[in-house]
Ligand binder design. Structure first.
Ligand SMILES: Cc1ncc(C[n+]2csc(CCOP(=O)(O)OP(=O)(O)O)c2C)c(N)n1
Ligand SMILES: CC(=O)[C@@H](O)[C@H](O)COP(=O)(O)O
Ligand SMILES: [Mg+2]
Length: 676
């Protein structure tokens, strides 16, 4: 048994002893002398280990199961980590993590303090590029390949390095992937060491959409899997010399005429495939050939796999087990949480579907997230008014802008962090032209196990600074219904509503949302007249779902003899200036709180206070996400870490008041210990 694995200081591996091949693997170099048969066995064991681990953590299982053989073959053939393997999105990298020294920690995946659910440079030298947002791998890989060429002068070993970018059929539909391919064959020396592995499982999260997807299907069905003989013949054409190169080009040209060519060949890639991505023998041979090939230019290896492969419950699930909660390995049954209130997402979708029955101008757009945004419900009810554009957030926004110019009421539903991709389109195509595109910004705020890459931390700041945009944040699911109705009714310009991942408060929902007055907040709890000491009291102005915690904080402050005013801002933009001024005038302390970064709502309020001179008289305390990234954890723990929970609000209020703290009660404990 491997001494390293038996090291007592390392966490125990519960499956140790069950998988003889896998137990011998400490790092990828342990794979390099194994026979194809041994690699096959290793792949089987790796699949079982992945299933076992994810059954205890939850996570993105289906994609990982589909690339088990590919993962083994890549690490067996290439000299990782010197050769760079980049996993696009990184949600399929669990087997890669197990093989690259992280088996001991694989059951900490997505858990507090544990491994990330994606690739991450700080986690391992085998993760050359961090990911989670899709379609970056070809650009990053090309950059590395070109850098290797440039650095070869100082260190000749760079010349030998390969770069492999593994990208899925869903992710290759995004603009960035094409931008990179367009550049690859024309950006100079180095690019020839780039191998793009197109992992085609005919699935995105939902079934993939669009012409690229149809094209890949045609490519797959019009050609049988490449045989090793055919491969050998193909690779034999990689002869050096001008004459041979000309011959090779002529051959490619002829082949293109015969097969109709491939889009990838037209883009300057040497296309190889399709190849059975579960056939270890094929994979190893082909990858070795590509590794040793010279002068073929950037390569695109088209690998056909099955998402969820080798685990029946995943294979037969509609979404191929894209993301799962903890589950029973034998039955595949996923653990359900306690049946709680409906999620914000579903409340939004339901209200939109209801309103669309009487408003045929409502259309909806998703960028490959129909179920995540709840728009699958809309698609079912109004298939002609629903558009899944694939992973193409930039296009989604401008597509919506085009619809808005023609009098439709487009709802562009995109997660906050993915909308970052389309910032210029939001500014240039929508806001500047005052087009009434409705942005349904889901997953706003901290999101839990997906961590910092997926956190919707910045939209208030990056949208709120755009002139003329209206931006709302509901404090409850009832408010979300009102804001959905408000967005539908608002034809004057761009409007966004941002709401969080997860369940609402379980409030009774009205039959219909009400249209709100734009830029008006509301007082939820008024300061009792004789509330606190002479300081004049505290006002908490909350934007979004932190209101619940602001109210809890108000209860906590009551124990100190204080009775704060609590207000729900509703609008991040335009802010309710009358409300802000009233709160600032009538209270000694004004706290704002939001589920967003510095530069957002607090900054808008503070600017107004400063401009009106009110900042000189009120003790203003902005509570925002801290200026650092918050790692994966439960959402509640993340907000405690961020200092945005009820205890933190209470402490902020007491600190701001200054006097009376020690006279009444000690400061409350926060995640970072009591503040003093
Ligand atoms: C920019 C961006 N938009 C959306 C997503 C959400 N997302 C994650 S994986 C995925 C599907 C990817 O499909 P594919 O590349 O085919 O990988 P597979 O899961 O099939 O292996 C989507 C839409 C994302 N990660 N990044
Ligand atoms: C990998 C990826 O980007 C998505 O699968 C994401 O994890 C979905 O997040 P939700 O679970 O919040 O829909
Ligand atoms: Mg796919």
């Amino acid at each position: 048994m491997d001494a390293n694995i038996m090291d007592q200081t390392r966490p125990a591996i519960p499956t140790l002893g069950r998988y003889p091949q896998l137990d011998r693997v400490r790092a990828p170099h342990d794979l390099r002398n194994l026979s194809v048969e041994q690699l096959r066995q290793l792949a089987d064991e790796l699949r079982s280990e992945t299933i076992d681990a994810v059954s205890t953590t939850g996570g993105h299982l289906g994609a990982s199961l589909g690339v088990v053989e590919l993962t083994v073959a890549l690490h067996a053939v290439f000299d990782t980590p010197d050769d760079r393997v980049i996993w696009d999105v990184g949600h399929q990298a669990y087997p890669h993590k197990i093989l690259t020294g992280r088996r001991e920690r694989i059951r900490t995946l997505r858990q507090p303090g544990g491994l990330s659910g994606f690739t991450r440079r700080s986690e391992s030298e085998y993760d050359p590029f961090g990911a989670a947002h899709s379609s970056t791998s070809i650009s990053a890989g090309l950059g590395m390949a070109v850098a290797h060429h440039l650095r070869a002068e100082e260190d000749p070993s760079y010349r030998e390095r390969n770069v492999i970018a593994v990208i899925g059929d869903g992710s290759i539909s995004a603009g960035m992937a094409y931008e990179a391919m367009n550049n690859a064959s024309h950006c100079g020396p180095g690019a020839e060491r780039l191998i793009v592995v197109l992992n085609d499982n005919e699935m995105s999260i939902a079934p993939p959409v669009g012409a690229m997807s149809s094209y890949l299907s045609r490519l797959m069905s019009s050609r049988k899997f490449l045989s090793l003989r055919e491969l050998a013949a193909k690779m034999a054409k990689r002869l050096p010399g001008r004459l041979e190169r000309t011959a090779k080009k002529a051959d490619e040209y002829a082949r293109g005429i015969m097969t109709g060519g491939t889009l990838f060949e037209e883009l300057g890639f040497y296309y190889v495939g399709p190849v059975d991505g579960h056939d270890m023998n094929q994979l190893v041979h082909i990858l070795r050939n590509l590794r040793d090939a010279e002068d073929v230019g950037p390569v695109l290896l088209h690998v056909i796999t099955e998402k969820g492969h080798g685990y029946k419950p995943a294979e037969s699930a509609g979404d191929k087990y894209h993301a799962v909660s903890k589950f029973n390995v034998v039955t595949g049954e996923q653990k359900k949480g306690p049946s709680g209130p409906p999620s914000y997402t579903s409340v939004f979708a339901k209200e939109l579907v209801r309103q669309a029955a009487t408003d045929d101008k409502i259309v909806t757009i998703t960028a490959a997230m129909p179920s995540g945004t709840g728009l699958d419900k809309f698609a079912k009810a109004y298939p002609d008014r629903f558009f899944d554009v694939g992973i193409a957030e930039q296009h989604a926004v401008t597509f919506a802008a085009g619809m808005a110019t023609e009098g439709l009421r487009p709802f562009c539903a995109i997660y906050s962090s993915f909308l970052q991709r389309a910032y210029d389109q939001v500014m240039h195509d929508v806001v500047l032209q005052k087009l009434p595109v409705r942005f349904a910004i889901d997953r706003a705020g901290l999101v839990g196990a997906d961590g910092a890459t997926h956190a919707g931390s910045f939209d208030i700041a990056y949208l709120g600074c755009l002139p003329g945009i209206t931006l709302m944040a509901p404090s409850t699911e009832v408010e979300l219904m009102h804001m959905t109705a408000t967005a539908i009714a608002f034809d004057e310009g761009p409007i966004g509503l941002r709401y969080p991942r997860g369940a609402g408060l379980g409030l009774a929902l009205p039959a219909a949302g009400e249209v709100l007055e734009i830029g008006r907040g509301r007082i939820v709890r008024e300061m009792a007249r004789q509330s606190g000491p002479e300081q004049g009291g505290i006002a908490i102005l909350s934007l979004g779902p932190r209101l619940e915690h602001a109210l809890k904080a108000a209860d906590m402050l009551a124990a100190h003899g204080l009775s704060p005013t609590v207000a729900d801002a509703r609008f991040a933009k335009p802010i309710d200036t009358a409300l802000v001024e009233q709160l600032a005038r009538n209270h000694a302390v004004l706290i704002t709180i939001e589920e967003g970064s510095v530069g957002g709502f607090a900054s808008f309020v503070m600017t107004h206070l400063a401009r009106t001179g009110l900042l000189d008289r009120v003790r203003f305390r902005p509570m925002t996400l801290p200026d650092r990234f918050i790692d994966h954890n439960t959402q509640d723990a993340q907000y405690i870490e961020a200092g945005l929970d009820a205890a933190a609000i209470t402490n902020t209020a007491l600190e701001a008041l200054g006097v009376g703290i020690s006279m009444t009660q000690p400061l409350l404990k926060t995640a970072n210990g009591p503040k003093s």
